[in-house]
Ligand binder design. Structure first.
Ligand SMILES: [Zn+2]
Length: 511
């Protein structure tokens, strides 16, 4: 996943019902609005209670997740496992009785990791150290020439430090970035942008500290984004511990790296978005869409990222169908493809919608893991979710602030509507609304003004496992999974059945 995080600069009163109270450190935790029961709470109490009861007693959703992760496993774009998952997903939707089940064909890139390794050699007064690194090549990276690259290390914390180095100190070297851990926004900025930043200065290769706050010698992969104007250099993530070791050793004496990566691109492969519906009884053309991404990295099982998202959203819709509830609008579940290294599924979905974009009433993406949920995020209100790479010499850009006074009256009303809806979720502790919600896959439609939402969780461990061998089923707590399912189900159902719609905003979308 690519994470959304809204920032709130100030506490403010918006309207009688809308009170923003800041939670947590600025820049890390979004504000959360409490529940405020209104007409929707009164109207939907019976249905919501039924849904919650069914979701809390449900074993099918977690069992499907277990099958996906244990029996199909990791499913990188371009691999047969992904296409197995796509076929299985469509069969699952059909078996659940969803309507209009189909696979929308999407061509996806096929990046192949190949064999890879990295070893450092330190030679100093204290002797010689030769140590293999815990590494994972970054997704979409080129490989090294056969036999690998051996080059001296130049260690920097930040882009700013890199910019200050003379060319001669960077040219032909392996740049190692350790920006520390300041949240996923900054960490992933170094991962996606670091390779070309260093290549522009003549670096031969890049190693970047894994984007995580937990040090357990686990490398975290993730996609990079090459600047087409710069040479493509092989790039890998290394464990936090190895990044820190390199930092210490380079203070003592020269360190060299031998890096070998057989990574390469193959021809695009046909895969697809998996789509199923409960067709609306009065406004079938109007759609509340929810889902996550079916692809994963080629490590672990893609359990939290994003098996949990597709299975919780699927089960949320399946339960509505099982309970015989018939919303006025269509509820559509989508397993988008190729979120991790390309975003082809989200773009194909946008193309498929075409000029009917006004009928997309709301879009909910779950791609932040199924940890204990706190409520729902409603977005494009946090501004761009990731700072732009700073200009050379400048300090990293702060996240743009959320300015509650910038909300239109319609948007304020929408917050109140959501506060009304989440008041139905007090029993499972998910009765808050936070500004800022969305996801990469729905980005292409929310960029055109479709209201975007996503579950908010405690987010305690997601980035401990994210994009690693450790993203396995055991990390998904069944109780939290069921609560996410319950919340998604109630929110999607009420949004699809209520009179009126949420306000949308053309949100800035960036991966
Ligand atoms: Zn994801």
């Amino acid at each position: 996943m690519k994470r959304f995080a809204a920032v709130v600069a100030s506490t403010a009163l918006l309207a009688t019902q809308v009170c923003f109270a800041q939670m947590g450190a600025p820049g890390e935790r979004p504000v959360a609005l409490p529940a405020a029961p209104g007409p929707l709470a009164a109207k939907y109490k019976t249905d919501a209670d039924k849904i919650i009861q069914a979701a809390l007693a449900d074993d099918d959703g977690y069992a499907a997740l277990a099958y996906l992760t244990d029996h199909i496993g990791k499913r990188l774009s371009g691999t047969p496992q992904l296409n197995t998952a796509v076929e299985w997903g469509a069969a699952l939707m059909k078996k659940a009785g969803l309507e209009n089940v189909h696979v929308q064909p999407v061509n996806v890139p096929h990046w192949v990791r190949g064999a890879e390794s990295a070893t450092i050699t330190y030679k100093g007064e204290a002797g010689t150290i030769v140590k293999p690194l815990h590494m994972l090549g970054l997704g979409m990276s080129v490989g090294t020439p056969k036999g690998g690259i051996t080059a001296p290390v130049v260690f920097v914390h930040t882009f700013e430090e890199l910019d200050k180095l003379p060319d001669a100190e960077v040219k032909g070297k392996v740049v190692v970035f350790n920006p520390g851990w300041h949240g996923y926004g900054v960490g992933s900025m170094y991962r996606t942008g670091g390779p070309s930043r260093a290549a522009a200065r003549g670096a031969a290769a890049v190693l970047v500290r894994s984007a995580t706050g937990l040090a357990l010698q686990t490398p975290h992969t993730g996609t990079l984004r090459y600047d087409e104007k710069q040479p493509k250099v092989p790039s890998a993530a290394i464990s936090v511990e190895d990044a820190l070791l390199i930092e210490r050793l380079t203070k003592e004496g020269p360190v060299t790296v031998h890096l070998e990566m057989a990574a390469h691109m193959e021809l695009d492969v046909k895969a697809g978005n998996v789509i199923g519906e409960i067709v609306g009884s009065e406004h079938p053309e109007q759609v509340v869409v929810l889902g996550g991404h079916i692809d994963s990295w080629d490590v672990g099982q893609g359990a939290q990222d994003d098996g949990s998202g597709i299975m919780a959203t699927f089960e949320a819709v399946s339960l509505i169908h099982k309970l015989g509830l018939k919303p006025k609008r269509t509820i559509r579940v989508v397993f988008w493809v190729n979120e991790e290294n390309g975003g082809a599924g989200g773009r194909a979905y946008r193309e498929w919608i075409g000029d009917k974009i006004g009928d997309q009433v709301a879009a909910i993406e779950m791609d932040g893991g199924a940890e204990k949920p706190l409520g729902i995020g409603y977005g494009g209100f946090g501004g761009p979710r990731r700072p732009q790479p700073p200009t050379p010499g400048a300090a990293p850009a702060a996240r743009p602030s959320f300015d509650p006074s910038s909300l239109s009256p319609e948007e304020q009303k929408s917050f109140a509507t959501l506060q009304d809806i989440v008041s139905l979720l007090g029993a499972i502790g998910t009765d808050t609304v936070s500004p800022g919600g969305g996801g990469s896959d729905i980005g292409p439609i929310t960029a055109d003004g479709v209201p975007s939402l996503s579950p908010r969780t405690v987010g305690e461990h997601y980035f401990d496992w994210h994009h690693t061998e450790a993203d396995t089923l055991d990390k998904v707590d069944p109780d939290s999974f069921r609560k996410n399912t319950a919340m998604l189900s109630v929110v999607a159902y009420v949004l699809a059945d209520m009179d009126g719609k949420l306000a949308g905003r053309k949100s800035t979308f960036r991966e």
